[in-house]
Design a protein around this ligand. Structure first.
Ligand SMILES: [Zn+2]
Length: 99
């Protein structure tokens, strides 16, 4: 799986970006609504999150492993469409020094 370019962020930084409803949405998706190619269906037991990226469109790309088969999975969250999310994301961008 090719990894999308963007800023790598950790779960604490992600938590800052998400408001309460975003968090609920995020949680419900990663627990049972990520498609696993190996299981040929949505991940029944959720995923272990390994890497989180903030894309240039201010969407959130998550990579991890299916808890059932350990296969690699990824899911894009289109938070960039939300104005408030984008404002928080741009602030975070400024606070992260890209080396
Ligand atoms: Zn699987």
């Amino acid at each position: 799986m090719s990894r999308q370019s963007g800023i790598k962020i950790n779960q604490f930084q992600l938590a800052v970006l998400l408001d309460e409803s975003d968090k609920e949405f995020f949680k419900s998706i990663v627990s049972n609504n990520v498609y696993c190619l190996h299981c040929r269906g949505f991940t029944q037991k959720g995923i272990d999150i390994e890497e989180i990226y903030l894309t240039k469109f201010n969407d959130v790309m998550v990579y991890g492993k299916c808890k059932v088969c350990n296969g690699e999975v990824g899911r894009l969250f289109e938070f960039g469409k939300e104005n408030e999310f984008s404002i928080r994301a741009n602030k975070l961008r400024k606070s992260i020094k890209v080396s």
